[in-house]
Design a protein around this ligand. Sequence first.
Ligand code: ADP
Ligand code: TYD
Length: 204
Amino acid sequence: MRGKFITFEGIDGAGKSTHIAWVAEQLQTRLGDARRVVTTREPGGTTLGEDLRQILLHRKMHLETEALLMFAARREHLAEVIEPALARGDWVISDRFTDASFAYQGGGRGLARERLEALEQWVQGDLQPDLTLLFDVPLEVAAERLAGARAPDKFESESSAFFARTRQEYLRRAAEAPGRFRILDSTRPIADIQVELQEIIASL
Ligand code: ADP
Ligand code: TYD
């Protein structure tokens, strides 16, 4: 039986990375020995993808180049990691996927949605995550969390207007596919969010 594909999304500082390892552990316990939980990320997840990640996070480029490289890394990720794992019956958890391209390159940078939809169709065909967890927080909360946490990369250095558009596009994508998305109020304490995550995991 094919495995399930779960993606984590949210603006930088929303708290998504905080929960990934914990969810993977919970899920692995639930699935037992027969199926593995593979945790991966975008951009990245393959040797080539991690090289592209370094370029994407640190080099300036035309916004279409940025979108094309995101989808190039994704093509490799699907072929090398995601598709084979799902076909084996393993489950895949990815720290970001295509919704991030719509949110950041589309919402944030203003790339036309039709361009992104064409790339999505080309690279994925009909494949979509079975579940997308959207960690949602107001920009001020995310910015405050990031301020003390780490040196900002290219995206994390963007303006609050950029992140307002990014968050808006995430919420639009969620409204467009309500069956796939779960929106988590990420302003709550970590323990409260874990309670909700546990319920979601139990329902899978
Ligand atoms: P993301 O992966 O979404 O960019 P992180 O998980 O790295 O965000 O979290 C950013 C910072 O915020 C970290 O320092 C983390 O400890 C803190 N953080 C995450 N979730 C919460 C929360 N619910 N309440 C308070 N602080 C949080
Ligand atoms: P992330 O791994 O969440 O960063 P960190 O490890 O620092 O928390 O994501 C890297 C950045 O890449 C993030 O700012 C969002 C951006 N990104 C896009 O702009 N488009 C995409 O398609 C993806 C997958 C990520």
